[in-house]
Structure formats: structure tokens, C-alpha cells
Design a protein around this ligand. Sequence first.
Ligand code: PMP
Length: 396
Amino acid sequence: MDGSKELFLKYLGQTSPYPLGLEVSRAEGCYLYDPSGKKYLDLISGCSVSNLGHSHPHIIEAIREQAGLYLHTMVYGELIQSPQVMYAKELINNLPESLSQVFFVNSGSEAVEGALKLAKRYTGRHELVCFTNAYHGSTHGALSVMGNETYKTVFRPLVPSVRILEFNNIDSLNAISIATAAVIIEPIQAEAGIISGEINFFKALSNRCREVGALLLFDEIQTGFGRTGTLFAFEQLGVVPDILLLAKALGGGMPLGAFIASADIMNSLTHDPVLGHITTFGGHPVCCAAGLASLQIILEQKLFTRARDLEKLIREKLHHPAILEIRGKGLLLAAKLDSEDRVHQFFNLSLENGLLFDYFLFCKDSIRIAPPLVMSDGEVTEMCNLIIDTIDQTNR
Ligand code: PMP
């Protein structure tokens, strides 16, 4: 296998002029390994995907078992595939009663697309509301509800009738009206640099949506599956969404997305026209088997509680004069440094120091700290020491 950087740059479409460019030969637990055997502590879990770390034996076993039975058989929604049914049942068992049906897709962006369409179809309205610095994905619909203009301008025209309101500002909520089909929001804004939603704001938002008949969509694509200290972040806000959007850790390391709603809402995709949303690979049986194995372990080992304990440990151990603040909950954290330049230097030093790190999309003065939830206390201490040593090597 030749994965050299020249071939990587030559043959693969690139997303930026400065990819991390680390060749991975294997990954296990909280570490990735390059071909020389050097190990890298995973600070970011593939952007909130690998909540159980890498190559978890139960997930690998579930993948093997399902791969031995069948792979893709038919487009989503036609055949009864037990990994889909079993996983949907387990998800629903762990959600409030009003969230009762799961529509599986392939990715976060596709969950956003499906959920926005569902809200438009159910309400018969077309206005969409989102918030400043929100990130919901890269496809046209998801990009349309991004709360940051930099990444949108050159791709316009996008989906029309999108309003962007200020996150955590109760006064801005009056703009949600009887014309609004959907309000899409992250309980904790991830790519904005881990900005937690305030309880009062979310209560007011939920009330406003009920008042005007708009559907409330929670994007828990990054906050889901124990990362913030509860299975889902909305549990800490005392507000239940009309549609819940999941992806990333949903597949236990395999590509999977979902939107979840009441049967009444979900049913509107089945008629006038029929096949209101379709997907070939959505809910791939191997991905569902992997996701179910992952969720079972998260529940059995109460990894949401562990995420809270590890947050405490990080807040205890991670001190440096250049760290001005640690934001976030559980293992979805951001350490704000005293300058963007220092974060840039940190990025440049991280691989050399055995840390796998990447920037937030909309926040350049903070370090993303979102390691696997299965980290041992020793690994958390090692992670904090590596972060401190790396900051020490930046210019003061
Ligand atoms: N919503 C949020 C909050 C995300 O963080 C992301 C991905 N970073 C997405 C949606 C889009 O997911 P995907 O990349 O799987 O399309």
C-alpha cells in the first residue's frame, strides 16, 4: 500500500491547501498510528465520531457478523432488514415518547436535508430559520442554513427564505412566525467553537415554535451519544425537539445519519407525492449493526457519566497561562488561547508532538478537545500534559 503524500495530493480531491496529511496505518483505542509506528493521541475523535475510540472489538465483531449475512440488498424503506429495525427500536427506547420513528440516511448533511424537507412538507410552509455561526453540513440545503456567510457567498443562489437569528438571543426569536416551517439549531454549537445553548433561550425558542406552529429541529450530529454528559444534549435543556438529527457517532465509525420524529410528522413523506425522501444506501445494514453495538456499549458502560467525570479531570489538569477559558460540556470542549497565532502554532506542532488536532470551522482562537469517551484517567492526564507541553513550545 503506497499512501505517500505525493499520491494523496495527486489523486484525491482536496478540501484545503493545508491538509493534515498524516498517513494512518492503523488506529486502536485513543490512538492512531503512522507507518513508522509513531502514535498520535486522538484529541478530536474524527470530529465527534469515534466516541468508543478506534477499532472497538464489539463494533468490529458486529460489522463482521453482519457482513457475513448481507450487505446492500435494496434501497432504504422497502425490505425488512433487522439491523435497521433493531437499531431504530433501541434509539426510540432511549428517547422521549414523541420521537417515535427513525428515518435512516447516510450522513449528517443528508439528515439535515431530509429533516428540512420533512418540516416543509408537514407544515406546508417554506421559511427556514437558523442561527449565527451554525454549521449543519455542506450540501445545498444544509449550506443554506449555515450561519456564516464566508462559506456561502460563492455558492449562491442557495435555498430561498432563510432567516438567520442570533444564537442565545431571546429577543431575536420574535422573527419566527406563522410563515416558518422549521427552526434548526444545535444545542451546543460545535464549529462555532463550543458555544452552549442557554436553558432560558431554548425554553423561549420551544415556546415560540409551539405558538406559531413551526417545527423545532435539533442538530445533535456532533453533540449526540454521550459526548456532552447525557446521551443527547437536549436532555440538559428541558426541551424536546420535533425532529432530532443524528449522524457522526450514530454509526459507531461507519457512515450513517438519521432524522427522528413522531409517526404523525414522519408519515407526511409517504404521500402526495409518495417517496417524499428516498435514499439508496441510507441505513446500510452493516452501518446499523455497528451503530447498535456502539450504542449498547455507551448505555452499558454509562459513557455519558464518564464524559462528565473526564471533563472534571480535564478542568483540574489543564492549566496554562495561555489558556484563557475552557468552554463546553463533557468531552465537547474548547480551550481558548490568548491569540489565534498561538493556536496556529499549536496546530503546526501538534503532529510532531503526537497529538491529532484540527481547527474549528468558525473559531480560530480555541483548541478543540473532543477525545473518545473511553479514555482512561491516565490517557486524559497524558493528553493534558501533551497540550500543555505543546503550548509551551509556542512563542510567548
Ligand atoms: N451538523 C453538525 C453539527 C456537524 O458538525 C456536521 C459535520 N461536521 C454536520 C451537520 C454535517 O455532517 P456530515 O459531514 O456527515 O454531512
